[in-house]
Ligand binder design. Structure first.
Ligand code: ADP
Length: 683
C-alpha cells in the first residue's frame, strides 16, 4: 500500500509516537489511517510488548478493516489479525493487531482497568464523536497518567478539531497528513426537491448518460430509501437501449447488509462498467470506496435523538453539518477531479447547516454509560464531573441517575449497588441486564435470557423490521402457544422456544418467514449471555431452554414480573377516555401502542391497564414499541420509589432539576405519578 498518503509520513508519525504518550493524527478519509498505522507499529515491534488495539465506532468498519489488514499481511483473519465486536470475537492468543468497537474496549477495561494487554491503543474515527469513543478519550487521559508501563495512545480522525483534542491531552502533538484530494466541483440545486429518491434517480441517470467514466456515490438516509432507489435504478438501467451507455452495477451499502454484500464495494468494476453505490453516511468516512468521481448528496442523515425530559427517542431525518457535506464532496476527488451534486441550494449549506455534527453524548440516553463509569470506581472523581471532551447536559446526566435508581442499580445516595455491579458486567442495556438479575431470583432466567437475546439482535424480527414477518406474527401463522396476548416480549420468547422444539431447524425458520442469519445470531447471543451469567454467579444456573411444548402460565407470570422490574423506567398506563396510554414518569406523554404489537385486548375489548415498553419512539406520532402487559401490584412499589426520589442526593448535591422545597419532584409530575393508579386523561 505504498501509494497511500500516510505512508510518506511513516517516519514522522513513528518518531512522534516514540517521544510522546499521546499523538493525534489527522488525515483525509482514505489516507490509510485505519489500515496502515497498526501495521507500522507492528513493523516497529510495538506488538512485542502487547497487542495494538484499534477502535472503531461502527461494527462494519471493525470487520472490514481487519479483513483488509489480514489480507495485506498475508495472515488468516482471526489469527494474528482479528476483530471483536459485541457478541462476536474473532481473535486468538496469537492476535497482535486487534480491531474492536469502542464499546468492546470499554467492556475490556472493566475486566482489566490498566488494559495492559495492549501496548498501543488507537482511537480511530474520533471525529465521529460516538458516545463510547468520547468516554474512552476521558479514560485514556486517566490511564496515561496512571499506567506505569509505556502505553501509547493514538487518536486519529478525518476532520476532528486537532487543537481541541491536543488541549485535552496536555498539548500533545498533532500531525496532519495532507490528503491528495483533487478539485471537486460543487453543483447546487436551485431548490430542495420534493422527492429525494426521484431527484437522486434523475441526477444519477443524467450523470450516467452524459459524464465520462467514474463511479457514482449517492448518500441517502436509510435502508428503506436505499432499497427503493436501488430497485428504481435497476429498472431504469435495464430499460436503457443497449449500447447507448456503458454498463452499470448498482450496489447498496448500509450497516445491516450481510458482510459478503458489504465487501462487494471494494471490488473494482469490470471494464467499461460504472458502479452506482447507494449508501448511508457509512461511506462518508467509515468505509472508503475507491473509484468514485461523482457524488450525489441528499443533504440529510438519519439520526437517533434522545430527549432526557420525556425519555422519548426519535429517529429523525435531519440536515447534515457542513463538515459532513464537505466529507461527502471529498469522496469524489480521491482519484481524479470530480463533481458533487448537492440536492439543495447553496444558502441551505451556508445558513442552515450546523458547522459540526452534534456529538452523540449530547443526544443519547446516558444510563448505560453512567452505570459503566460508576462501576469503574473512579474514587478520585465525581462521575458528574468526569473529564469529557464535550460534557453532556446536566439534564441527561440526571435522567441517567434517576433511571439507574429506579432499577436499583444505584442507591438513594447515587452509589452503585451490588445489583448495579452485576448489571455492568452484562453487555446489555440496563433494562435488560436488570431483567436478567431479577429473573434469576424468580426462577425464569432461561426465559429472560431468550428475550434479552431476541431483543439484542439487530437484524431479526423486532416489530416493523419486516412487513412479512409482522403479518405472519400478527396472524399467528406461527402456531404459537396461548399467552402471546401478553405482548411482544412473550411472543419473542415463544418464537425462539418453538424453533428450539424443532432442534433449530433452518427450514422451520424459512417456512415461517423468519431471518435465518438473525435467528442463528440470537442463538449464539443467548449462549454467550448464559456463559456470562454463569461466570457472574460463579456456578451453574438453570438456563436450559424448555423442551416443553407450551410455556407454563407461571413462567410467563414470573417473566413479566422480572421484566417490570427491569423496565421500571418504561411503564405506561391506559387512559380511560382516550384511546391510548400515558407514560409514567416526570413528564408523562400521551402515546399509542405501535400497531405492530401482538398485545391482545381482553374479552371486553380493552387493552391492559398497565404495560411496559421496550422503546418510546416518535415517528409520525409517539409510539410504544415492543410492549408487554403487567400487573398493577408490581407498579406500586416503583411508584413509591419515584415519589421518594431526591435528585439532590442522587447526584451528590449538584442537582439541576428545578426542585420543590423538599427537594422532591416538582408539583405537576408528582401529581401525575400519584394519580398513576387511577387512569385519567383529562389533563
Ligand atoms: P482511512 O482510515 O484514512 O480512512 P483506510 O486505511 O480505511 O483509510 O483506507 C485505505 C485504503 O484501503 C482505501 O483505499 C480503502 O479503499 C482500502 N480498504 C480499506 N478497507 C478495505 C477492504 N476491506 N477491502 C479492500 N480495500 C479496503
Amino acid at each position: 500500500m505504498a501509494n497511500l498518503p500516510i505512508v510518506q509520513f511513516e517516519e514522522k508519525i513513528m518518531e512522534a509516537v516514540e517521544q510522546n504518550p499521546v499523538v493525534v493524527v489527522i488525515g483525509e478519509t482514505g489516507s490509510g489511517k485505519s489500515t496502515q498505522l497498526s501495521q507500522m507499529l507492528h513493523k516497529r515491534r510495538y506488538t512485542k510488548s502487547g497487542a495494538v488495539a484499534v477502535t472503531q465506532p461502527r461494527r462494519v468498519a471493525a470487520v472490514s478493516v481487519s479483513r483488509r489488514v489480514a489480507q495485506e499481511l498475508g495472515v488468516r483473519l482471526g489469527d494474528e489479525v482479528g476483530y471483536a465486536i459485541r457478541f462476536e470475537d474473532r481473535t486468538s492468543e496469537r492476535t497482535f493487531i486487534k480491531y474492536l468497537t469502542d464499546g468492546v474496549l470499554l467492556r475490556e477495561s472493566l475486566a482489566n482497568p490498566e488494559l495492559n494487554q495492549y501496548s498501543v491503543i488507537i482511537l480511530d474515527e474520533a471525529h465521529e464523536r460516538s458516545l463510547n469513543t468520547d468516554i474512552l478519550l476521558g479514560l485514556m487521559k486517566r490511564l496515561i497518567k496512571r499506567r506505569v508501563s509505556n502505553l501509547k495512545v493514538l487518536i486519529t480522525s478525518a476532520t476532528l478539531d486537532g487543537e481541541k483534542v491536543s488541549n485535552f491531552f496536555s498539548n500533545c502533538p498533532v500531525l496532519t497528513v495532507p490528503g491528495k484530494l483533487y478539485p471537486v466541483e460543487i453543483l447546487y440545486s436551485n431548490e430542495r426537491p420534493k422527492s429525494y429518491i426521484e431527484s437522486c434517480l434523475k441526477t444519477a441517470l443524467d450523470i450516467h448518460a452524459r459524464e465520462p467514466e467514474g463511479d457514482i456515490l449517492i448518500f441517502m438516509t436509510g435502508q428503506d430509501d436505499i432499497e427503493k432507489l436501488v430497485s428504481k435504478l435497476e429498472d431504469k438501467i435495464r430499460s436503457l437501449e443497449e449500447g447507448s451507455c456503458m454498463d452499470a452495477i448498482i450496489l447498496p451499502l448500509h450497516g445491516s447488509l450481510p458482510p459478503e454484500m458489504q465487501v462487494r464495494v471494494f471490488s473494482p468494476p469490470p471494464p467499461n462498467c460504472r458502479r452506482i453505490i447507494v449508501s448511508t453516511n457509512i461511506a462518508e468516512t467509515s468505509l472508503t470506496v475507491d473509484g468514485v468521481v461523482y457524488v450525489i448528496d441528499s443533504g440529510y442523515v438519519k439520526q437517533r435523538q434522545y430527549n432526557p425530559s420525556t425519555g422519548m427517542y426519535s429517529l429523525d431525518v435531519v440536515p447534515i453539518s457542513k463538515v459532513q457535506a464537505n466529507q461527502r464532496a471529498g469522496r469524489a476527488g480521491r482519484t481524479r477531479p470530480g463533481k458533487c451534486y448537492r440536492l439543495y441550494p447553496s444558502t441551505v449549506y451556508t445558513d442552515e447547516f450546523l458547522d459540526v455534527t452534534i456529538p452523540e453524548i449530547q443526544r443519547s440516553s446516558l444510563a448505560g454509560s453512567v452505570l459503566y463509569l460508576k462501576s469503574l470506581d473512579l474514587q478520585d472523581i465525581d462521575i458528574l464531573k468526569f473529564d469529557f471532551l464535550d460534557p453532556p447536559s446536566p439534564e441527561s446526566l440526571e435522567d441517567a441517575l434517576k433511571q439507574l435508581y429506579l432499577i436499583d442499580a444505584i442507591d438513594e445516595n447515587g452509589l452503585i449497588t451490588s445489583i448495579g455491579r452485576t448489571m455492568a458486567e452484562l453487555p446489555l442495556e440496563p433494562s435488560l441486564s436488570r431483567t436478567l438479575t431479577e429473573a434469576n431470583e424468580y426462577g425464569c432466567l432461561s426465559q429472560a435470557l431468550t428475550v434479552a437475546a431476541m431483543l439484542s439482535a439487530e437484524t431479526t424480527l423486532l416489530p416493523g423490521r419486516s412487513k412479512n414477518t409482522e403479518k405472519k406474527r400478527k396472524q399467528n401463522h406461527l402456531d404459537l402457544p396461548d399467552g402471546s396476548g401478553w405482548g411482544d416480549h412473550i411472543q419473542l420468547l415463544q418464537i425462539f422456544e418453538c424453533w428450539h422444539q424443532t432442534d433449530y431447524d433452518i427450514d422451520w425458520l424459512k417456512d415461517n418467514g423468519l431471518q435465518v442469519r438473525g435467528m442463528m445470531f440470537v442463538k449464539d447471543v443467548r449462549k454467550q449471555l448464559c456463559q456470562i451469567m454463569q461466570k457472574i454467579a460463579k456456578g451453574p444456573l438453570d438456563v436450559q431452554t424448555s423442551r416443553r411444548r407450551r410455556e407454563s402460565q407461571q413462567d410467563c407470570y414470573n417473566l413479566r414480573k422480572a421484566l417490570c422490574v427491569g423496565y421500571a423506567n418504561q411503564l405506561a398506563e391506559r387512559m380511560v377516555y382516550h384511546n391510548g396510554y400515558r407514560t409514567l414518569g416526570f413528564k408523562p406523554q400521551v402515546v399509542q401502542v405501535h400497531p405492530s404489537t401482538v398485545l391482545k385486548p381482553d374479552n371486553e375489548g380493552k387493552l391492559p391497564d398497565y404495560v411496559l415498553y421496550h422503546e418510546l419512539i416518535a415517528t409520525s406520532r409517539p409510539y410504544l414499541r415492543t410492549v408487554c402487559s403487567i400487573d398493577i401490584k408490581w407498579v406500586m412499589p416503583i411508584r413509591n420509589k419515584f415519589n421518594n426520589l431526591n435528585i439532590n442526593k442522587l447526584s451528590g448535591g449538584i442537582g439541576h432539576v428545578e426542585e420543590s422545597t423538599d427537594g422532591k419532584l416538582s408539583d405537576s409530575p408528582k401529581k401525575a405519578l400519584v394519580t398513576a393508579g387511577v387512569p385519567d386523561d383529562r389533563d
